[in-house]
Write a protein that binds this ligand. Structure first.
Ligand code: ZN
Length: 477
C-alpha cells in the first residue's frame, strides 16, 4: 500500500530523548474542521512533549521531516462507548425482536465478564478504535460489581481495567462512571429493583455510587473520570437530584446520561411522572447544574429540544447503534445549535466517518432534504465537539481536535490514493472524509505525540485482531 511513505522517525513517547521537536510534513492537512471544509497543502507540523509546537502552511518538504502522504487530520473523540457490547457484533442480526430482546443478549455478555476478561476485551476494542483514528474515548461504564452484586476487593476493579486497557491501546479515556439503581420504570411510577445481571450495575444509592466513583479520581494522565446517570429508567428523580448536587460539588470532568432512546422510556416517564424524560432532568436540576451530554436524544418533543438548547446541554448521536437497535430517528433540525458529539456506542461498527455520514444520511431519509449537517460540522463533532463532551477542553487544557500550535499532538493520516478516495479534492476535504472515507483508509495515528498506529498496524498491539478475537470468544453468547 502507498499513502504511508513514512520513515520511522519520531516513534517514541514522552522520553527525555524527545525534547527536540519531531517534524512532520503533511501533503494535505485539514487543520480545523470548524473553520471550513478545505485542506491546506504542504503543512509542516512540529511536535514536542506531546503537543504541537508549530504549524506552517504552504511549505515544501524540508530535510529531516517525515513525510505524511495523503490527508492528515486531528484525532477523533468517540464520545459514547460500551466496550463489552463489541462481543455482540455479527451475532444478533438475525435474531429479530427489539431493543429490549437485544438487551437480553447484551446481559448475557455482561454476566460473563470479570476484571481480567473485561480488560482483555476492552484492550482489543480500544485497539480497534486506535486503528480507526480514535484517540480519545468516553466509556459509559456501569458494569461495576461481581455477580450477585458483590463488590470486588477493589470496588473499582472493573473501571480500572478499562482505564488500563485504554493506556495499553495508547488512547485517552474519560471513564463515565455510571449510577444505575433501578431495573426499570413502571407506568405506576414504581421503580423495579435490579434483578438478574443488573445487580452487578448497582451501588445501592447515589451517595454510595459517588463515594465509590470518587476513588477513581486520580486515574493517570491519559484518563479522566466523569459522572453519568444511566437513564431516567434506572435512576429515580431524587437520585438524579443527588447526582446533580454531588457532581457539581465534586467537579467531575463531564456528565452524561442516556435520554429518550426508546419511545417506551418516554411513555413510562409520562405515566409515572407526568413529564418527559428531558423535563424530568430539568425538574431535578440535572440539566442546569451539569449541562450534561444527552446520549441519543432520539424521541424529544419540540419543547424538549427547546429545553435542551436553552440549558446548553450537549447531544451525542450514535447513528450506527441507533439503527442497529431500531431506536428511531432524531429530529436533528430541532437540535440546531446544541453542542454535538458522536459515539460508536454498541460498536456494531467502529468508524467515526460512518457515524458522521450516518447522522446526516438518516436526516436526509427522514426529511427529504440534503444538508442539515454539513460535512465540516460533522467533523467538528468528532474533533472539538467530542473532546468537549468528554471533559478534555477545560480551562487550561491544551486544545484537542485541531491541528494548531499548543494543541494535543493527535494526528490521523489517511491514504487518498486508494479506490475509495480516488478523485479526492482538497478544497472539499471534509466532504471527502465524511462521504468517501472509511476507517480502513487510516494509515498512521498519533496520540499525545506518540505513534500508536503505523501503516495500518497497531504499534503497541500488533496482533490486535487476534487478541480481540480471542477476547470476544471468551465471553460471547
Ligand atoms: Zn449507551
Amino acid at each position: 500500500m502507498t499513502g504511508a511513505g513514512a520513515s520511522r522517525r519520531g516513534s517514541g513517547g514522552t522520553s527525555p530523548a524527545r525534547e527536540r521537536a519531531d517534524r512532520y510534513w503533511c501533503e494535505w492537512a485539514l487543520l480545523d474542521a470548524g473553520a471550513g471544509p478545505a485542506a491546506e497543502p504542504g503543512v509542516l507540523v512540529e511536535v514536542s512533549g506531546g503537543l504541537i509546537t508549530s504549524v506552517a502552511r504552504g511549505t515544501r518538504p524540508p530535510d529531516g521531516a517525515e513525510r505524511l502522504r495523503g490527508l492528515t487530520v486531528a484525532g477523533f473523540a468517540d464520545a459514547h462507548s460500551h466496550a463489552f457490547h463489541r462481543a455482540l457484533r455479527g451475532r444478533t442480526g438475525e435474531d429479530g425482536g427489539s431493543f429490549w430482546t437485544w438487551r437480553e443478549r447484551m446481559y448475557e455478555v455482561a454476566g460473563r465478564l470479570d476484571p481480567d476478561s473485561y480488560h482483555r476485551l476492552a484492550r482489543g476494542v480500544y485497539a480497534e478504535m486506535a486503528l480507526a483514528g480514535i484517540t480519545c474515548v468516553g466509556e459509559f461504564h456501569y458494569l461495576h460489581h461481581a455477580p450477585a452484586g458483590t463488590p470486588y476487593s477493589d470496588p473499582n476493579a472493573m473501571g480500572r481495567a478499562l482505564i488500563a486497557a485504554a493506556a495499553e491501546a495508547g488512547i485517552r479515556i474519560t471513564l463515565l462512571d455510571t449510577c444505575y439503581l433501578a431495573g426499570g420504570l413502571g407506568t405506576d411510577g414504581a421503580y423495579a429493583p435490579l434483578e438478574g445481571i443488573q445487580v452487578r450495575f448497582g451501588d445501592g444509592g447515589a451517595e454510595a455510587w459517588a463515594e465509590r466513583a470518587a476513588a477513581l479520581r486520580a486515574a493517570g494522565a491519559h484518563a479522566r473520570v466523569g459522572a453519568a446517570a444511566h437513564s431516567v429508567r434506572a435512576v429515580p428523580p431524587a437520585d438524579l437530584a443527588r447526582i446533580a448536587r454531588t457532581a457539581r460539588e465534586a467537579g467531575w470532568a463531564a456528565a452524561h446520561i442516556h435520554l429518550s432512546e426508546q419511545p417506551a422510556e418516554n411513555a413510562a416517564c409520562l405515566a409515572a411522572h407526568g413529564c418527559t424524560p428531558a423535563q424530568l432532568l430539568d425538574r431535578t436540576g440535572f440539566l442546569a447544574a451539569l449541562r450534561p451530554t444527552l446520549v441519543h436524544a432520539t424521541h424529544l418533543t419540540s419543547d424538549d429540544a427547546a429545553l435542551v438548547r436553552g440549558t446548553g446541554a450537549g447531544v451525542c448521536l450514535c447513528p450506527t447503534t441507533e439503527r442497529d437497535l431500531a431506536d428511531g430517528l432524531p429530529e436533528l433540525d430541532r437540535l440546531a445549535g446544541a453542542p454535538l458529539s458522536l459515539g460508536s456506542d454498541g460498536h456494531s461498527t467502529v468508524d467515526m466517518f460512518e457515524e458522521a455520514r450516518s447522522a446526516e444520511a438518516h436526516e436526509r431519509l427522514r426529511t427529504g432534504r440534503r444538508g442539515t449537517l454539513p460535512a465540516h460540522r460533522l467533523l467538528e463533532a468528532v474533533h472539538t465537539g467530542g473532546h468537549a463532551a468528554l471533559g478534555w477542553a477545560a480551562a487550561g487544557d491544551p486544545p484537542a481536535g485541531r491541528i494548531a500550535p499548543g494543541a494535543r499532538a493527535d494526528l490521523v493520516s489517511l491514504a487518498v490514493d486508494g479506490v475509495r478516495m480516488a478523485g479526492f479534492d482538497p478544497r472539499r476535504a471534509a466532504d471527502a472524509l465524511v462521504w468517501a472515507a472509511t476507517a480502513a483508509d487510516v494509515r498512521h495515528v498519533m496520540a499525545g505525540g506518540r505513534w500508536i498506529v503505523r501503516d495500518g498496524v497497531h504499534a503497541l498491539i500488533p496482533d490486535a485482531a487476534a487478541r480481540l478475537d480471542a477476547a470476544i470468544r471468551e465471553v460471547a453468547p
